[in-house]
Design a protein around this ligand. Structure first.
Ligand SMILES: Cc1ncc(COP(=O)(O)O)c(C=O)c1O
Length: 411
């Protein structure tokens, strides 16, 4: 049974039927969101039933947009661990830090949730193929879920996209095109190509279902904290699907009566070389303006004009949070630090959160006792690593090698 009531414009409120394919609002061109019959969800689902279900994001089935009997296109996404970070906390002089490790998803990033959900719905609604502009991980995930669904995918990425994500898209059978320019330039090409080839444009937030996949991070987080919410949430912000999706999940849980109390202060973290949300937040603007010449090694943060800028800024302000940009040097240092202290080789985008948290702790923007959650959006292994020491190459007799290893280890 499905609990969706309709699809609604997040700006003008226009209702759209959810039984046919929708993209953006037919009236004002803004982003759409799925709405549920929440009293019926509350009457149909309880926490004990949920606890007994197998892992994966579809255990929240009543709060997903699946139609009656619709089988998801799945690779087992969701149910990622919420890891305590005690050594990092001590290092920063804080007490309770968690990382939701989205790198443990299929395809190595949180993009699996959104693309899995979007491709599931699009397949059901009759789509024959997909075109997607991407910073890397979304294209890789679209290609993987497209393969799983038996549908063709074309990915258009900037030339500087991490090789691992490009390889992932190629090995799963997508046609991959690299271009000079940013994801915004790729988006313009996709918008022209999709109608000409008759495939669906999977651009960030230009259809309502990707958001529902990302939302499940918020549902899981609340459950993992035993139906409380943290004090502070840090999110590496590019297009903003998670930044918009996670609080949507919290609000739905609140409406069905499963959580109460204050919502977290939400912070958008960006790179200094591409920080349109930070700039707009600091200037008190309602919308972002395009960031010229975006440059950062954190590919997923190279989004110069996010479509959902307006919605993100509203969320940041309503939550009492903020927005902060960090340098690429700080990102690299943080990436090594969190790997050394906690054993997690995370993506540069997520390492930006650690760098930002350091600044926030120094500036007193977080309190020592605050419970802080960072969304570690992907696994670093798909990216070029930060500068590291070279391994020590040894040759000679076995006895020589043993002696030199022991000397290097200090005995
Ligand atoms: C690893 C990683 N983190 C963060 C982001 C930004 O995510 P969002 O578009 O939800 O803001 C991306 C987007 O490509 C990404 O790949």
């Amino acid at each position: 049974m499905s609990f969706v009531s309709h699809v609604e414009c997040t700006v003008c409120g226009q209702h759209h039927p959810w039984t046919r394919l929708t993209t953006v609002c037919e009236r004002c061109g803004q982003m759409l969101a799925v709405r549920y019959d929440l009293p019926r969800v509350a009457a149909s689902l309880d926490k004990d039933t949920l606890r007994g279900r197998p892992p994966g994001m579809y255990r929240f089935r009543e709060l997903t947009p699946l139609a009656d009997g619709e089988e998801p296109v799945t690779l087992g996404e969701g149910s990622t661990p919420l890891l305590r970070m005690p050594r990092l906390a001590t290092h920063l002089g804080l007490r309770r830090i968690w990382a939701k490790d989205e790198g443990q998803n299929p395809t190595g990033s949180f993009k699996a949730r959104g693309l899995g959900m979007a491709i599931t719905r699009a397949r059901t609604l009759g789509v024959r193929g997909f075109v997607i502009p991407s910073a890397g991980n979304a294209g890789g995930a679209a290609a993987a879920y497209g393969a799983r669904a038996g549908l063709p995918v074309a990915v258009i990425v900037p030339r500087a996209t991490p090789a691992g994500a490009v390889a992932e898209a190629l090995i799963t059978g997508a046609r991959v095109f690299t271009i000079e320019g940013s994801i915004a330039d790729a988006g313009k090409i996709v918008a022209s190509v999709a109608p000409r080839v008759g495939w669906f444009d999977l651009s960030t937030l230009k259809e309502p279902y990707r958001l529902e996949g990302k939302k499940t991070m918020g549902l899981e987080l609340a459950e993992q904290l035993d139906w409380r919410l943290p004090d502070v949430l840090l999110y590496p912000t590019g297009g903003g699907t998670g930044l918009v999706g996670i609080p949507k999940g919290f609000e739905e849980l609140r409406e069905i009566g499963w959580i109460s109390g204050a919502s977290p202060r939400i912070f958008a973290i960006q790179a200094e070389g591409c920080a349109p949300v930070v700039k707009a937040f600091k200037e008190g603007a309602d919308v972002t303006t395009p960031w010229p010449n975006p440059t950062t090694q954190a590919a997923g943060l190279r989004v110069p004009s996010p479509f959902a800028g307006r919605q993100m800024l509203r969320i940041l302000r309503q939550s009492g949070g903020g927005a902060l940009a960090v340098s690429d040097k700080a990102i690299e240092d943080a990436q090594r630090l969190v790997a050394r202290l906690e054993g997690i080789w995370t993506v540069p985008e997520a390492a930006a959160l650690v760098a930002a948290l350091m600044q926030m702790a120094d500036a007193g923007d977080v309190r020592r006792d605050d419970e802080i959650v960072m969304i570690f959006t992907g696994a670093g292994i798909k990216y070029e690593p930060p500068p590291l020491p070279s391994p020590i190459d040894l040759s000679g007799s076995e006895a020589d090698i043993v002696a030199r290893v022991c000397a290097a280890l200090g005995s």
